[in-house]
Design a protein around this ligand. Structure first.
Ligand code: 15L
Length: 267
């Protein structure tokens, strides 16, 4: 399979490249140039808001891993440009070029305002904690439309936090290792029966807040456990100033940004 990966120069793209190129011919794409190409990798520079560039990029692709765009909270202009306009150009290019499979890197911040005491599955209503989270909820809805209207196969991964290990207490609940994330991506790219799915991008986390039964139903068997890093991740928090808003909710610090609501009422 020939797979295009947008946002390939970013942190997540860099971590998963070595795990993807053994399985696929991977076309890396980003605005920033990537020069350290390995076997099975090539690079195309493209801006996701440039429709012509996206059409050219997706020509002949069997699948797309879309990591491109704004990956944290930002100004409305930044979020609008990258995650609304840029995402629309990307989906539209995939439809026009016959690229049927899309792995959409969505985020835990779509559901960031759920309280940490409960467990939520992939069917809950969005509760975005930021403009960024709202834009990813839009992205999931856009994918639903392309799946239902155009028969494309859309696999949404609500990613927790991708890293080689969980770095703090909150990340013990939402961490995903690069190899577990790639396992989920491969399900989305290869499973015979994908129409539109939402799964959580998390490893086997004993302190998890998400019911990931939809991923398990599709064959996901996470290999890594955040609890293996519990001592050091918990110790890391003792030096961080406590965040009274963020501590209440799954989205953590994203909830606290510009917060002017009532913590007790946000239930
Ligand atoms: C995200 O969606 C971000 O892309 C990532 O940088 C982390 O901040 C992560 O969420 C998180 O919630 O830890």
């Amino acid at each position: 399979m020939r797979i295009v990966m947008t946002g390939a120069a970013g942190g997540v793209g860099t971590m998963i490249r070595p795990l993807l190129r053994d399985h696929y011919e991977v076309v890396l794409s980003d605005q920033a140039v990537i020069t350290d190409l390995a076997a099975n990798e090539s690079f195309v520079q493209a801006d996701i808001t440039d429709q012509d560039a996206m059409d050219a990029l997706l020509k002949g692709a069997d699948g797309l891993i879309h990591l491109g765009g704004q990956s944290v909270e930002g100004s409305w202009e930044a979020v609008l440009n990258a995650n609304i306009i840029g995402l629309h150009s990307t989906y539209e290019a995939a439809r026009r070029q016959g690229c049927q499979r899309i792995i959409f890197a969505t985020t835990n911040h779509v559901v960031g305002f759920y309280r940490r005491q409960i467990t939520i599955d992939h069917k809950v209503m969005p509760r975005p904690d930021s403009r960024y989270g709202v834009s990813k909820a839009f992205g999931e809805a856009l994918g639903r439309m392309y799946a239902d209207k155009h028969g494309m196969r859309i696999f949404n991964i609500r990613i927790g936090n991708v890293d080689h290990k969980p770095v703090d207490r909150r990340r013990l609940s939402i961490w995903v290792s690069p190899r577990d994330l790639v396992q989920l991506m491969r399900i989305g790219l290869e499973h015979a029966d994908i129409h539109f799915e939402v799964v959580y991008g998390i490893s086997d986390n004993a302190r998890g807040w998400y019911d990931n039964s939809n991923a398990f139903r599709l064959g996901y068997k996470p290999q890594d456990q955040s609890e293996d890093y519990a001592a050091e991740a918990t110790a890391a928090d003792s030096v961080v100033t406590s965040d009274l808003v963020g501590e209440q909710f799954m989205g953590g610090g994203f909830c606290a940004i510009e917060f002017s609501g009532d913590v007790k009422r946000t239930r």
